[in-house]
Design a protein around this ligand. Structure first.
Ligand SMILES: [Mn+2]
Length: 347
């Protein structure tokens, strides 16, 4: 996607709510399959399960598709919060509609066979990734939303649906996840207002804080140790990156799904502008997580390699290239990007 398109999307969609057409179509759903993105994060799981619980209260049949039930160990508490929603490894044959949340592209839809598998159903796309090309029949994409969970909370308000109990906790967890505990620039007044509404609705702040911030398992801890060990900072101090090989991941007792937000380790270094994590969760596939600090954007770097995401939080997967080669190429692109200094996040 060109930067012009990204810019125009960002202006056109500024703070937009769901259209009347979108709300009308959503009111009509009866049997729904929900899907998020591959390697699901807190926002993806919580927006799907939170919306599922809200639909269920209205008598809608809702199931979440989760191939092979693979979820990071640290996020399994979200499945417990959403346990009233059936979790299935394949879309149920009875489903008439598919609601895809938090997923920037068709190929990232977390269903075996990706979006194509759901294309015959009435499809909905609810997302906040700026690169989302409106791939569904009904689309609501708001790149100004902090998280897809914020969008689900706004959707519920627009439909007059109260959000309470487990649904409130789930949506709060997604907000917490995508804003890194309400600390990133996407922590808008709107996001905080919605957070407050969710707490009033019964979101369990302590439980979610504990689960997301203070519940590291031994395996995750071992993996983080390796991320620290492998962290390198460029001589100019502007780029920090780390890597975890397939062996690092398996020897730690982790799996690909457990590679989640470990890029926050190199990112935490003072003064850096770009943080990157290279991980080989499956042999031969290197995933790159990119983060921009201050006003540095990183999406242009991801796009050069066919990836995408958000302006300051993007990613890409590269196949059939050794880790060292991927690091060399992406690091080179990151250096050139910083040297060009032409593209910055508007203040
Ligand atoms: Mn998200």
């Amino acid at each position: 996607m060109s930067l012009t398109r990204v810019a125009s999307r960002s202006e056109a969609a500024a703070g937009t709510g769901p259209s009347a057409e979108f709300l009308g179509a959503l009111r009509g759903v009866r049997r729904v399959v929900l899907a998020g993105h591959v390697t699901p994060d807190a926002d993806s799981l919580s927006s799907a399960l939170g919306l599922g619980l809200l639909l269920r209260e209205r008598g809608v049949e809702a199931a979440l598709v989760l191939p092979r039930m693979t979820v990071a160990k640290r996020l399994q508490f979200l499945l417990e919060l959403g346990r009233d929603i059936a979790m299935v490894s394949e879309p149920p044959a009875s489903a008439e509609s598919a609601i895809i949340v938090d997923t920037a592209t068709m190929k990232r839809v977390n269903v075996d066979g990706a979006f194509e598998r759901l294309a015959k159903l009435e499809t909905f796309n609810i997302d906040h990734h700026i690169t989302n090309p409106d791939y569904a029949r009904h689309n609501w994409v708001d790149p100004h939303a902090s998280s897809s969970c914020e969008m689900i909370a706004r959707l519920a308000a627009a439909l007059g649906w109260p959000v309470r109990g487990a649904a409130a906790s789930l949506l709060y967890a997604g907000l917490h996840g995508d804003t890194a505990g309400f600390s990133l620039p996407n922590t808008t007044a709107e996001a905080l207002n919605i957070g407050a509404e969710l707490v009033r609705g019964g979101a369990d702040v302590t439980h979610i804080g504990e689960q997301l911030c203070r519940s590291q398992g031994r395996h995750d801890f071992e993996l983080l140790r390796r991320v620290y060990d492998h962290t390198t900072v460029t001589d100019d101090g502007q780029i920090a990156y780390s890597y975890i090989s397939y062996d690092d991941i398996t020897e730690s007792g982790c799996t690909a799904e457990d590679v989640d937000d470990q890029v926050s380790i190199p990112r935490a270094l003072r003064g850096i502008r770009i943080a990157m994590l290279f991980s080989e969760g499956e042999p031969g596939i290197v995933r790159v997580n990119l983060r921009g600090e201050g006003r540095t954007s990183v999406i242009e770097i991801a796009e050069q390699f066919g990836g995408g995401g958000h302006v300051q939080s993007s990613g890409v997967r590269m196949r059939n290239k050794p880790m060292a080669k991927v690091i060399e190429e992406v690091l080179g692109a990151a250096r050139r990007h910083l040297a060009s200094e032409t593209i910055r996040v508007p203040s």
